[in-house]
Design a binder for this molecule. Structure first.
Ligand code: ZN
Length: 462
């Protein structure tokens, strides 16, 4: 039997022995309504954090809470490993998304229910399922060998669903505790079990709010039309100048720091894009990016500027002949490596303010909660170990993925820990993450446990 097979068999048998107990703990955790964004769940958030500290302490970890001013972070570390072994930092989160619309749930969101091999509950996947199979992987390894193959540190965020404001603030102060060789962020997934992949990059983000003010109050369009500068017209004129007909952002300096892919990097990623499948799935044609790039490139390695919302005047049924006093827009930019969110936010804000026509006032503010992009090398040891583990467990080749989304805490954790990072996880498109009837497969809880344990075994050899 090949080495990977016998290693997996050993892990699988150990998992099966403890599966019932594991599921009990997982369900206990799912019953705690840890919704970070709603103040009425404040006490439940703390209860969930304490539950994790207890659960981890019971497994032999030294676990504690880090206060953040918001919801606490759970931090835990394993006892000393052999000094020659690397340290692995693992990131998860215990907070969940709100459950509304609650009437769309077939069973109550905080009463975990199993149907057809799927566990239905808010947080079943994101991220309590993935967090608890990580812990179960550690317990499995401890049961088998009495100690872990590497030194492990766990950082379990309580505010991921709100862009991690607390952890972002304190992460630098905890540098020595977070120090690690490898960082696993176990909060992702891929489209299907047929084609697993691990994430090596995310885009950065900065968002802005634009307000155009024309008058003290709304004005009659008969009396004032042709006299005042309509703030909505000013706004759409300004926004129209942000992009040219080639799909390029026209803000001076916007692309100056963009890190281009080297030929070698280009070979390591798959930029193939199935336009027909995309169109069938989303009812939209993938033609909105820069003309010079394909949709996969435009959506991952190029920065963007998008209008997320516009408001002003009357947009309801019928009509109302009004010249609105003010008009607003929300914008966001996805960024790529070397672009500084603060700098780009400033460039966009300056450009917009410069476009203000006479007669209106244009105000631009940059929202807090920005984040830098990350692009790691697929040949980093941590990326290779994670990909090998998926390949061993799922029996299919594992690819490397550059994501279009943003995880602001990722570059901060990398910086604080000094570790190279990989994005792991087994959530699939059909899991209804963030939606009613979120669910996770019992089979994938096991796969997750095995993948994590296998990744740590492989990292021990690096
Ligand atoms: Zn998540």
């Amino acid at each position: 039997m090949p080495a990977a097979d016998s290693a997996l068999k050993r892990l699988a048998e150990a998992y099966e022995k403890k599966e019932v107990k594991f599921l009990e703990a997982y369900f206990d955790c799912l019953r705690i309504p840890s919704v970070s964004s709603e103040p009425r769940y404040r006490d439940d958030m703390r209860e969930c954090a304490r539950w994790l500290v207890e659960h981890l302490s019971g497994a032999g970890f030294e676990a504690r809470l880090w206060e953040t001013g918001g919801h606490p972070v759970v931090f835990a570390e394993s006892g000393p490993a052999e000094p020659s072994r690397p340290t692995v930092l693992i990131y998860n989160h215990y907070d969940v998304q709100p459950v509304d619309p609650v009437e769309a749930w077939e069973t109550p969101p905080f009463e975990p229910t199993v149907r057809d091999g799927q566990v239905y509950a808010r947080g079943a996947v994101d991220n309590k399922g993935q967090c608890l199979y990580v812990i179960q992987a550690l317990k499995t390894l401890l049961d088998l060998d009495g100690r872990l193959p590497v030194k492990v540190k766990l950082c379990i965020d309580g505010e991921e669903e709100s862009a991690s404001p607390g952890l972002s603030k304190i992460v630098k102060d905890h540098g020595p505790e977070l120090a690690a060789d490898h960082l696993l962020l176990v909060d992702g997934g891929f489209a299907s079990l047929e084609s697993p992949s691990v994430g090596v990059g995310v885009r950065g983000i900065v968002s802005l709010r634009v307000e155009v003010v024309g008058s003290r109050g709304d004005l009659h369009s008969g009396t004032h039309g042709g006299v005042v500068y309509n703030p909505l017209h000013a706004l759409v004129e300004i926004l129209g100048r942000l992009r040219d007909e080639e799909g390029r952002i026209t803000v001076p300096g916007f692309y100056d720091e963009v890190a281009a892919l080297t030929e070698e990097e280009r070979r390591q990623f798959d930029f193939h894009f199935n336009a027909a499948r995309y169109e069938a799935r989303f009812g939209a044609r993938p033609v909105g990016g820069e003309r010079a790039y394909g949709p996969r490139e435009s959506g991952t390695i190029r920065p963007t500027l998008e209008i997320n919302g516009l408001a002003g005047g009357y947009g309801g049924d019928g009509f109302k002949t009004v010249i609105p006093a003010r008009a607003r827009a929300n914008l966001s930019c996805r960024l790529v490596p070397n672009q500084d969110p603060e700098v780009i936010g400033g460039l966009v804000a300056d450009f917009i303010k410069l476009q203000a026509p006479e007669g209106v006032e244009v105000r631009v503010s940059i929202n807090p909660g920005m984040g830098r992009a990350v692009r790691n090398r697929p040949d980093a040891a941590v990326v290779q170990a994670a990909a090998q583990a998926y390949q061993d467990v799922l029996g299919r080749p594992c690819g490397f993925r550059l994501g279009g989304g943003s995880i602001p805490i990722m570059p901060l954790l990398m910086e604080a820990s000094g570790a190279k990072a990989v994005l792991m996880g087994l959530s699939l498109d059909q899991d209804n993450v963030h939606a009613p009837n979120e669910h996770f497969g019992l089979d994938r809880l096991k796969m997750g446990c095995l993948t994590l344990a296998r990744t740590l075994e492989l990292l021990a050899e690096t």
